[in-house]
Write a protein that binds this ligand. Sequence first.
Ligand SMILES: C[S@@+](CC[C@H](N)C(=O)[O-])C[C@H]1O[C@@H](n2cnc3c(N)ncnc32)[C@H](O)[C@@H]1O
Length: 231
Amino acid sequence: MNLSPRLEQVALLVPEGSIAADIGSDHALLSVYLVKKGICPRVIAGEINEKPYLLASSQVQKSGLADYIQVRWGDGLKVLAPGEADVVILAGMGGRTIRKILCDCPGVTESVCRFILQPMTEAGELRLWLSRHYFRISAEALVEEKGRFYEVIVAEHGLEDASTEVTLTLGPRLVADRHPLLPEHLNILIERERAILAQMEGKAGLSTENWERMREIKTRLARLEGIRECL
Ligand SMILES: C[S@@+](CC[C@H](N)C(=O)[O-])C[C@H]1O[C@@H](n2cnc3c(N)ncnc32)[C@H](O)[C@@H]1O
């Protein structure tokens, strides 16, 4: 079976022999792949919404792997007991949702050795948050799929002491490895922030909330432009 380049990259970061939990599994394609390829002996697929939960359940039945993949219906890590999974995958969700899921079940979060995070938004903010909450970024990947760049972050418990705030915004391991896709990715991020800012600046009478957001964007933009100077 074939996965998209994004999910294939996520699968590459799952250690062989580990018990994984694929939270927000949707179709459960990744869960099925991990077992079929012999990467994981068992996987727990978690879903909060009924439709994808049913989709995941039928996908697992169809694959004949129901003895190895358990599909559970529930919010984030609440579907897990502490110690049940070595690795937790949170892919295809917003950075804020990922953060919330990590915070909501401290007992489970503490018991997991490795988190493979693939945020669709706010990857920089997520890395900063991780570094302030005793997570170190042990590996990273950047993958292009259909003209869009996806960041994959591996977080483990520990001190992220070598990274500055600026490199955390972009990805400390990506910067250290001088990832070949980094300059192009950086340009896209800068253009996206500029476009949002221009749209906000065009509006009369900003609310306090939007003003705060605008200032956050300006900070992020200045950081990214600073990194571009150094690459
Ligand atoms: C865009 S899909 C990504 C599916 C798959 N992980 C991937 O990367 O292709 C996001 C999935 O996460 C689920 N989801 C969102 N918040 C969740 C939460 N708090 N707990 C469990 N699942 C959640 C959604 O229902 C949706 O199916």
